[in-house]
Design a protein around this ligand. Structure first.
Ligand code: BF8
Ligand code: SF4
Length: 633
């Protein structure tokens, strides 16, 4: 029925009904009023890159066959894809640049609310970057590292270091041979903007290769984001918490934290704990932080803060009537949240000068005054909590247990309990023996075009039954956690016997008295660097490149341009990569063929575009098996 078409999450369904009753418009209502969506746009066949446009091309081979300037379908599609990659790269790396500035200010003693939380990681990353670490104070190393990070943004004599030092040596060679090594992160983004300008690059293949190089810069930016966050806020270790709207608490000051950067959210965690008394004086049992989207993942991974919902259902948190403030930084924040907040008598607080929303309260967040700003945010929540008293709330009861915190280091650490000298050996042995048939990473968003979580759940169920090790990040992790896929108690019900044996052996060796959860939560979207790091470690252990591994990825319900750039770097790293929604490239049979087939001859990776999750699962399994054959296992 209609509810099931919108979301498969019962808590979200409950809130959709409440919104309907209260006459509050939601993302799904607006989706309906957009239908039918433009067929040209869907296929990537419209162009607005100059003021003569917009131009559209007839997908059925009739007139018009070209834009006013003569751009063909192939050119238009490749240019459009490039711009999406550039935008995604700008977002991930903008987030990383923000962290680099924070690290630099911290190292120079200009901020008091940040410190080096993981010195071991600082040393490890600095060594990888060729920075001298012996007998130097950590602050000094941190300063050099921050400078090295900032240097990676512009064109310089060396390639982007966060790309050249994070993949296998073989992959560096592959990328070099194809001229896919980025020279500077911002440089690649800017070059895409130049070449996709009116009357510059019209060669679809040339455009695509430029786009892939920019996507490699996206990997670098993401990897940098993870590294610097771990240094400043700690490298995640396993933690047990909860997810879904049932984590919102009637009798507490509920602050929903939405967006991406732990520069804001991690400080809120500390300050919220300190302000329990102030909340108590206002009649609340405490301050209850709940995460939404990736910043929710960041503080779940590091502090066990529960996640209340993700991506397309962010409005639903407000519909409960119990969120006393929603504070956001940037990325994936629907502007509609301001309207819904107003309807519900609560406050949406924006904090970044690049992300202001009409109707929201703007409270500029500065690293220099971080804790003070965080206190202001929570005080707004406390005021709203007091105003909320006596009003009816509708908090769904549904919540699931979540075991999260599986950073690369945590996974290697857990494996080390099986083989201290060679932690990767038990993992590789199990892959070779077939106890682990392959590895599948779920990443990316929820999309209003797909019944929320449906694609993720369908494919993940199949993978687990087929003894595939399942990893997840971003709102893919969000989807799976809200449906119980991260609760170790569900291993019996979800997993094939072989993978169950592996999860149990690792869990027991680590004193858990039971298995690891069916799906391992590896973090936010920038943290797709973590599964890359695991894959690179396994490839190095085996002496092969990453394109030989039985590892696949799926952005089953992608939305953001960030998902496009991630998908492209996964392909550049050699992975078969599924996308479960229409990519606006199908208007060019040439570009489609390159992305889904030909690129495989160059990088080993390729896209699988399939909107049907059952057949997508089939294809992902086939790709895993093909790689097993290639390895002779
Ligand atoms: O960076 S998965 S909806 S929150 S883009 Fe956004 Fe998509 Fe969620 Fe995370 Ni990633
Ligand atoms: Fe039309 Fe070419 Fe301008 Fe695009 S760049 S809007 S195809 S004239």
């Amino acid at each position: 029925d209609r509810l099931n078409q919108r979301s498969t999450d019962p808590a979200v369904q409950e809130m959709i009904q409440k919104a309907e009753k209260d006459g509050i418009e939601t993302v799904w209502d607006r989706f309906e009023s957009q239908e039918p969506q433009c067929g040209f746009g869907n296929l990537g066949l419209c162009c607005r890159h100059c003021l003569q446009g917009p131009c559209r091309i007839n997908p059925f081979g009739e007139e018009p066959k070209a834009g006013i300037c003569g751009a063909t379908a192939d050119t238009m599609v490749a240019r459009g894809l490039d711009r999406a990659i550039a935008a995604g790269t700008a977002a991930h790396s903008g987030h990383a640049k923000h962290l680099a500035h924070t690290l630099k200010k911290m190292a120079k003693g200009e901020v008091k609310d940040y410190r080096i939380k993981d010195e071991g990681k600082l040393l490890g990353v600095a060594q990888r970057m060729g920075i001298e670490t012996k007998e130097r104070p950590a602050q000094e190393i941190a300063l050099d590292l921050a400078e090295a990070a900032l240097a990676d943004f512009h064109e310089k004599d060396t390639p982007v270091m966060w790309a050249a030092t994070t993949v296998t040596e073989k992959r560096v060679q592959v990328l070099k041979d194809l001229d896919l090594v980025p020279k500077g992160i911002d440089h690649e983004i800017s070059e895409i903007m130049h070449r996709t300008l009116y009357g510059v690059d019209a060669d679809p293949l040339n455009l695509l290769m430029g786009g892939i190089r920019c996507a490699v810069a996206d990997l670098a930016g993401s990897y940098m984001g993870t590294d610097l966050s771990d240094i400043l806020f700690g490298t995640p270790t396993p933690v047990v918490t909860e997810a879904n709207l049932g984590t919102i608490k009637e009798d507490q000051v509920n602050i929903a934290v939405h967006g991406h950067n732990p520069v804001l959210s991690d400080i809120l965690v500390t300050v919220a704990r300190e302000m329990a008394d102030e909340a108590g004086a206002a009649g609340a049992k405490g301050v209850n932080l709940v995460g939404i989207c990736c910043t929710g993942n960041e503080i779940m991974m590091r502090h066990g803060i529960p996640s209340c919902t993700h991506s397309v259902s962010s409005e639903m948190a407000l519909i409960t009537g119990a969120v006393d403030a929603m504070v956001v930084d940037y990325q994936c924040i629907m502007p509609s949240l301001a309207t819904v907040a107003e309807c519900m008598g609560t406050t949406l607080i924006t904090t970044m000068d690049i992300c202001k929303i009409p109707g929201a309260t703007h409270l500029e967040f500065k690293e220099e005054t971080a804790a003070e700003n965080a206190r202001e945010v929570i005080r707004i929540g406390i005021k709203n909590f007091q105003r909320r008293q006596g009003k009816k709330t509708s908090i769904p009861t549904k919540k699931e247990t979540v075991a999260a915190g599986f950073s690369t280091e945590a996974i290697i650490g857990a494996l080390a309990k099986l083989d201290g000298e060679n932690p990767l050996k038990p993992l590789v042995d199990n892959i070779v023996s077939g106890n682990i048939r392959g590895v599948c990473l779920f990443a990316g968003c929820n999309n209003a075009k797909v019944p929320q979580d449906h694609n993720f759940i369908t494919i993940a169920k199949r993978m687990l039954r087929e003894n595939v090790l399942v990893l997840a990040t971003g709102c893919g992790a969000g989807a799976l956690m809200r449906h119980g896929f991260m609760d170790p108690a569900n291993v019996d019900q979800l997993c094939g016997d072989k993978i169950k044996g592996v999860l149990t052996a690792i869990g027991e060796a680590n004193g858990l008295g039971g298995p690891l959860p069916p799906v391992l939560h590896m973090g936010s979207c920038v943290d797709n660097s973590r599964p890359v790091a695991v894959a690179v470690a396994v490839a190095n252990y085996l002496g092969v490149d990453t394109d030989k591994l039985p590892v696949v990825a799926s952005a089953a319900e992608a939305v953001s341009e960030k998902a496009v750039s991630i998908g492209c770097y996964a392909v550049a790293a050699g992975l078969p990569t599924h996308v479960g929604v229409m990519l606006p490239v199908l208007g060019s049979p040439l570009v489609t063929k390159v992305l889904t087939e030909k690129i495989g001859d160059l990088t080993g990776g390729y896209f699988i575009v399939d909107l049907d999750p059952e057949s997508a699962a089939e294809k992902l399994l086939a790709a895993i098996d093909e790689r097993r054959i290639g390895l002779g296992i």
